[in-house]
Design a protein around this ligand. Structure first.
Ligand code: NAG
Ligand code: NAG
Length: 341
């Protein structure tokens, strides 16, 4: 009796396990089936729409649509057009995040001359989505009339599309900023110590070409857990590690690199993980990213609160709240330093 109940339990467990695997496999495969069916039996709908919008292969869940024909629909900034900055700071941000943009404009974004070098901060956005997209677009245009610091491209803005944002950022830099020296991409939740970066970039030991720095991940594993948001199946990336890349929270590069990265990118299908994708492009170029000279410069998940000593050494630190970022920046402005220095 006991034995039979035991067997029954084992049977139910195995059945559950098998069903989970089948469901999982069928969802992964179904995308391929849908794409295949769509190609084999094009419906009248897709035939009609093909004349209206540019068609490209459905990128599926792991790649992004980067057909290289997005257009800038807002680009009235004078940066690089009437100025030649030493450093351009570009912040990718969601269209709706006006409060965050204002917080940045009032803190590190307003530092224009640092160690005698011209620094300019811009925001890059895609198209707003959702039910009030038109209203959002109007608000963005008003915001830009006031600040002239928005660059907007006509792809759909979303977290999944970040790689597109990075690629159009590089396009923008190639089109306008060939004479500037460096760019840093900084995420909007990051405390950025502009002076410490400018100091590093001016250092004679810092390469002026083929240079990309930040918090470099040398052996970042390709995530095979399907429940992780960075899951990447073997059929997309067979390797077990990504090539080295600086973490997306903040990376700086010399301004010869945008053109070089764009030149090799058609050979590598863009995945949705933007920093890892840049690593793949760098590898193709035979360029290795440079680790920042001090571990204290790029802090990805630091223990908060940061001390004055931490703040005096940092270049970029992830924060959890925009109000913390503002307070840290004020402390840097008031001259945070290390007691030992
Ligand atoms: C990414 O952008 C493309 C181009 O605008 C769009 O077709 C696609 O739906 C977007 N993807 C997501 C997940 O927002
Ligand atoms: C911050 O500074 C303290 C000493 O003031 C040090 O122990 C700690 O490791 C530093 N934290 C980071 C993230 O660098």
């Amino acid at each position: 009796m006991e034995n039979r109940r035991h067997l029954k339990r084992i049977f139910i467990c195995s059945l559950t396990a098998v069903s989970v695997v089948i469901i999982y496999l069928s969802t992964e495969r179904s995308e391929h089936w849908t794409a295949l069916l769509a190609r084999t039996f094009p419906t009248s709908k897709s035939l009609v729409s093909s004349s209206a919008v540019p068609q490209w292969e459905d990128p599926g869940p792991y790649h992004v649509a980067y057909p290289r024909n997005y257009k800038f629909i807002m680009d009235e900034t004078p940066t690089c057009k009437t100025t030649t900055p030493f450093l351009i700071v570009i912040v990718p941000v969601a269209p709706s995040e006006e409060a965050t943009r204002n917080a940045i404009r009032n803190t590190w974004g307003k530092e224009k001359v640092v160690l005698d070098q011209l620094v300019e901060t811009l925001f890059i956005i895609g198209l707003p989505g959702g039910h009030n997209a038109e209203q959002q677009q109007e608000k963005l245009e008003q915001e830009n009339e006031q600040h002239h610091d928005l660059i907007q491209s006509n792809f759909q803005d979303s977290y999944h599309n970040l790689t597109i944002k990075t690629m159009v950022m590089l396009e923008w830099l190639v089109q306008h900023c060939a004479k500037a020296s460096f760019v840093i991409k900084v995420d909007s939740d990051v405390l950025f110590n502009v002076q410490n970066l400018v100091k590093l970039l001016l250092d004679p030991n810092t390469a002026k070409q083929n240079y990309m720095t930040g918090l470099v991940w040398w052996h970042s594993p390709v995530i095979r857990n399907p429940f992780n948001k960075f899951y990447m199946p073997r059929h997309v990336i067979p390797e077990s590690e990504y090539p080295p890349y600086p973490l997306g929270m903040a990376y700086a590069m010399s301004l010869d690199l945008p053109r070089k990265i764009l030149d090799v990118s058609p050979q590598i299908k863009p995945i949705f993980i933007e920093d890892a994708y840049l690593g793949m492009c760098l590898k193709r170029l035979g360029i290795s990213p440079t680790q920042a000279p001090e571990e204290t410069m790029f802090l990805v998940k630091p223990q908060h609160p940061l001390s004055d000593c931490n703040l005096s050494k940092v270049i970029a630190a992830m924060t959890t709240e925009i109000s913390h970022m503002q307070l840290y920046w004020l402390r840097i402005r008031r001259g945070a330093h290390c007691p030992s220095d």
